[in-house]
Write a protein that binds this ligand. Structure first.
Ligand SMILES: Cc1cc2nc3c(=O)[nH]c(=O)nc-3n(C[C@H](O)[C@H](O)[C@H](O)COP(=O)(O)OP(=O)(O)OC[C@H]3O[C@@H](n4cnc5c(N)ncnc54)[C@H](O)[C@@H]3O)c2cc1C
Length: 410
């Protein structure tokens, strides 16, 4: 590769956010093939520390993009959330979640994006991003790239973000996970196609929950178990907090024998999750952020559906920008704050402050009061049939109708 490569648009990072941006763009502007490049520090299929739960909203996005899943998956139709106030059962009669392995899922997206004309340079880490008048310059492991527009899709530890927006880490939580081989005949997650959440760790000061998802690794049944903590590690007192998280994970699933796994570095894998902070900006000059680089769901750490949503909005902004609309990045920023996704993420941030705050007991009790209200909440979170995009007034009316008059939620 020459020392300076020029493209109309550079996508930094080829995970779900970067690949969704490319895929959505290819649908409206197939003529842009060859003018856009994605720079990826790894090579697909690459490992991504993630539970791989795709909520119905993500499945809708795949359908919208005309993509079949094409990777092994376990469909979950039931759920239980254990809380300090008692258990909440979830059953909606249709899938609550489709669990994939991220190496396979992301490689499948990468293949589709390539087939749609995306140029991708792998093993190419972005090291620095500098904006000057009318141009953005990216220094990478494989030379310099110059472009008119950058979408930073390089995850929670985004270099694009650090270079252009600053180093703030206040809104970064993390999750720790491991995979256990299991006998599917004797494991409720497989027998009942159920996932489990356990919020009892909130009592012990964890701002999050433990989970157990059924999944297939190399065709073999496993449980992916882990724990999410919204609190930034540097604020939490790193060493003691990690030990506390693992202790809470063991307490949530005593029957899994997690004690026997020890604490060896290879057993549990930790990874940061940047969550949505309404006070932050998601575009500056000719640089936009998407996916974890921008910030995702603070309550559950769910980020794959956000990555697809951001990709869809970014693709529109790119198309407008390339048609001479210099205000497109600023509009992208506004839409991420004020559009349907921004509204959803603000509500989830509000919920995280309540459920993980000092009056958590009261909120968990409240959440258990009405089964219909729980169904509204689950459908809204999952974005089933685009439920999460309904105007606020319509949602409230549905909620009141379901809770007070026993009307169907959907
Ligand atoms: C333990 C854990 C469990 C999770 N479980 C779920 C779940 O069940 N469901 C869910 O929806 N979400 C889950 N999440 C969150 C989810 O993983 C992320 O929200 C999602 O991956 C975001 O997609 P992304 O494309 O923004 O970032 P990523 O998936 O992180 O992709 C970023 C890409 O950029 C590349 N990259 C990074 N830095 C550079 C650089 N400097 N130069 C070039 N390339 C770079 C990376 O290699 C990567 O391919 C989980 C997260 C964790 C940590």
């Amino acid at each position: 590769m020459g020392s300076v490569a020029k493209y109309d648009v550079v996508i930094a990072g080829a995970g779900p956010a970067g690949l969704a941006t490319a895929l959505y763009l290819s649908r409206t502007r197939p003529d842009l093939a060859g003018r856009i490049v994605a720079l990826e520090k790894s090579r697909h299929p690459r490992v991504k520390v993630c539970a791989g739960g795709l909520i119905p909203k993500t499945m809708l996005a795949l359908r919208e993009l005309g993509l079949e899943l094409e990777v092994p998956a376990v469909e979950v139709v039931r759920g239980v959330a254990r809380t300090e106030a008692g258990d909440v059962d979830m059953y909606r009669g249709d899938p609550l979640c489709t669990v994939v392995r991220r190496d396979e899922f992301d490689a499948r997206l990468a293949r589709a994006a390539r087939e749609a004309g995306l140029e991708m340079v792998e093993n190419c880490r972005v090291l620095d991003v500098v904006q000057s008048q009318g141009e953005v310059r990216l220094t990478t492991e494989r030379g310099v790239f110059e472009t008119g527009l950058v979408v930073g899709c390089d995850g929670s530890g985004s270099t694009v973000r650090a270079s252009v927006f600053g180093q703030a880490k206040e809104s970064v939580g993390r999750a720790v996970m491991t995979d256990l081989p299991v006998d599917p005949e004797r494991t409720p997650e497989f027998v009942e196609r159920r996932y489990r959440f356990d919020f009892r760790c909130v009592e012990a000061g964890v701002s999050g929950y433990a989970w157990s998802f059924p999944c297939l690794i190399g065709g073999r049944p496993h449980l992916n178990v882990g724990i999410y903590d919204q609190l930034p590690p540097h604020r939490a007192g790193e060493g003691a907090r990690s030990a506390a998280l693992l202790a809470e994970l063991r307490r949530a699933f005593p029957e899994l024998g997690l004690d026997a796994l020890g604490r060896s570095a290879g057993t549990f894998k930790a990874f940061p999750i940047r969550w949505f902070n309404a006070a932050e900006r998601f575009a500056r000059g000719r640089v936009m952020l998407a996916g974890d680089a921008a910030g995702v769901d603070p309550l559950m750490g769910e980020g794959i559906s956000c990555a697809f949503e951001h990709g869809k909005i970014a693709a529109r902004a790119i198309a407008d920008f390339l048609q001479g609309d210099a205000g497109a990045p600023a509009r992208y920023d506004r839409e991420l704050h004020q559009g349907a996704l921004g509204r959803k993420l603000r509500i989830l941030a509000f919920a995280a402050r309540r459920f993980y705050g000092p009056r958590h007991r009261w909120y968990f009790r409240l959440a258990r009061v009405s089964r219909k209200a729980q169904q509204v909440g689950v459908d809204w979170f999952n974005g089933a049939e685009h439920f999460d995009e309904l105007p606020f007034g319509v949602l409230i009316a549905k909620w009141v109708g379901a809770v007070l008059f026993d009307r169907a939620v959907r």
